[in-house]
Design a binder for this molecule. Structure first.
Ligand code: PLP
Length: 463
């Protein structure tokens, strides 16, 4: 890169300026295309969202909120953020939305900053039973600042034991009760939590990061009317950009906004606000609802097929997009099974199952989710094939090459981002094919002022 000039940097795309990173990004696209992606917290976002996310909006500083920024030139940013707020509020029926959190973790921390004092008590599902570290786990800031009391799942059913939640609430009088988590496959009965919170005078937070897409599609009860605060990510079932947001009752508007900025964050990622606005717009459509219905059907089919083949699925199935496979009756630990599946092109993550005796680094479970595969068009028949590949791979005498070939042929049949070239190409000398020469497009105006423009293009749209 040393020989490159300032003018080249100002006018060329990633491939010309940094072919090494360009190659790695292109290969990441190929990796995503070539594997059976079952990580429950991931999805593949829409090309429109990718485009908004990599746009010039990222150049703008906009600390503050619409109409009260610390920088001039925010008229268009205000319009973008107001749209994101309005769309989030409409989608979930919320009184107030803050769409600035950089992540789901910061969305949770913002709620704590808005309504808790250090030393206050939180009642939540523990991390090793499906909660999230930011719900008061001792290794997280939340666990250091607040006093966490945990409710366990029922030992027999692995479901939330609402009676236990109530008795812990009566005993410890928490300031905040948290429901929702990262690995709970069943419907969260928010109305039960509301009753308990009311009985002890606690605030109620639902972290719907995992199932927000199902809520948007009417496939999981909406926690918003029942909760003081609802947090979420935009990148799991919602299939939007990486990021978080918080919904709350109007009375907490000021406290929440102050907690996001300036207490926790600096200026918002404006490109991310734009991408969130697009994500919320799409999530309100009938096409999105039907996508989420397929996410659910695919999860049911996957669970059913795994159980028929003799694997144990925690709670006997799922109400959501995710399921947990309990490997305790097999010889596999979670990480060994994760590695084995990786060898045949299936990506899942190892996780603790409820009352796991293994340590968190050597768990007894796998967490599987269907949003990513459903996004690329996998149907229930495909999910049966995926289940067979998983079951086959966990057989000690498996023909791994044959299973990998089956996985590859599924991926070929259900292409990811068909026609989309990404914004990178391989550098000369790379073994992989160069897909297209001119991927860095410039329009007439940008030639006069040669700054890089957003270069993501759907090839079919350009053709
Ligand atoms: N809340 C829940 C329930 C999650 O599952 C996650 C992430 O997996 C988060 C919050 C945190 O999201 P992020 O990784 O964006 O900080």
């Amino acid at each position: 890169m040393r020989g490159n000039s300032f003018d080249l940097f100002r006018s060329k795309g990633l491939h010309e300026v940094d072919p090494t990173i360009s190659d790695l990004l292109q290969r990441e696209l190929e990796r995503q295309r070539d594997s059976i992606e079952l990580i429950a917290s991931e999805s593949f976002t829409w090309p429109a969202v990718l485009e908004a996310e990599s746009s010039v909006a990222g150049n703008k500083y906009a600390s503050g909120f619409p109409g009260r920024r610390f920088y001039p030139g925010c008229e268009l940013v205000d319009a973008i953020e107001l749209l994101a707020i309005e769309r989030a509020r409409t989608l979930f029926g919320a009184e107030h939305a803050n769409v600035q959190p950089y992540s789901g973790s910061l969305a949770n921390e913002a709620v704590f900053m808005a309504c808790l004092e250090p030393g206050d008590t939180i009642l939540s599902l523990p991390f090793h039973q499906g909660g999230h570290p930011t719900h008061g786990y001792d290794a997280n800031l939340s666990g250091r600042l607040y006093n966490t009391v945990s409710y366990d799942l029922d030992r027999e059913t692995s479901l939330i034991d609402y009676e236990q939640v109530r008795s812990l609430a009566l005993e410890h009088r928490p300031r905040l009760i948290i429901c929702g988590g990262s690995a709970y496959p069943r419907t969260v009965q928010v109305e039960r939590f509301r009753e308990i919170a009311d009985e002890v005078g606690a605030l109620l937070l639902c972290d719907m990061a995992h199932f927000a897409g199902l809520v948007a599609a009417g496939l999981h009860p909406n926690p918003v009317p029942l909760c003081d605060f609802v947090t979420s990510t935009t990148h799991k079932t919602l299939a939007g950009p990486r990021g978080g947001f918080v919904l709350c009752k109007a009375e907490y508007t000021r406290a929440l906004d102050d907690a996001v900025y300036p207490v926790l964050q600096g200026g918002p990622l404006v490109q991310s606000l734009a991408a969130k606005a697009t994500c919320f717009e799409i999530a309100g459509s009938e096409a999105f609802a039907s996508f989420q219905r397929r996410v659910r059907e695919n999860a049911d089919r996957l669970a059913a097929k795994l159980m028929t083949a003799g694997l144990e699925v925690v709670t006997g199935g799922t109400d959501t997009h995710l399921l947990l496979v309990d490997l305790r009756a097999t010889g596999w630990s979670g990480p060994d099974a994760e590695r084995r599946l990786h060898e045949v092109g299936v990506t899942v993550n190892a996780i603790s199952v409820p009352f796991d005796k293994r340590q968190p680094e050597s768990t007894s479970g796998l967490r599987l989710g269907t949003p990513a595969l459903t996004m690329r068009g996998f149907d229930q028949e495909d999910m049966s094939e995926v289940a067979e590949i998983i079951v086959g791979a966990l057989d000690e005498s498996a023909d791994l090459d044959a299973l990998a070939a089956r996985a590859a042929s599924l991926c070929e049949r259900r292409p990811l981002y068909p026609g989309f070239d990404g914004y990178c190409r391989y550098s000369p000398g790379s073994q992989a094919p160069v897909r297209r020469d001119n991927v860095f497009a410039m329009d007439e105006r940008s030639k006069r002022w040669p700054l890089p423009i957003s270069a993501i293009r759907v090839a079919s749209a350009e053709a």
